[in-house]
Ligand binder design. Sequence first.
Ligand code: AMP
Length: 118
Amino acid sequence: MTDVTIFTRIINREIPATIIYEDDLCIVINDISPQAPVHMLVIPRQPIAKLADASVGNKPLLGHLLWVAGEVARQAGVEEAFRLVINNGQAAGQTVFHLHLHVLADRDASGTFSEANM
Ligand code: AMP
């Protein structure tokens, strides 16, 4: 898929977003339409359309994205209770075809989720 996604436009600073974290491989932003009190998106700079399109060469990147998810959860103070969601494909709810991990948590990190979201 060669279309420039909204996430690439955010990475290129063409569209504003609240950037929580960034490094050479990825950025983390707040979701514009949060489904939980904490809802962040971990987005690789490389525009892989969906998880199933990742190549064997992408394995280090995929591991890095998981590490970053834990790191931003720690920074948000929700490391004791958070969920990761990856929607792969339109029928699974994917709307932006640029791989991303949803990091979802309640602010109080009480260990339970008040709503069954996503
Ligand atoms: P998915 O449905 O898994 O593809 O998730 C796409 C997510 O991107 C949704 O949760 C949207 O709310 C979010 N989103 C779309 N546009 C923006 C934006 N400009 N800034 C932040 N999040 C966005």
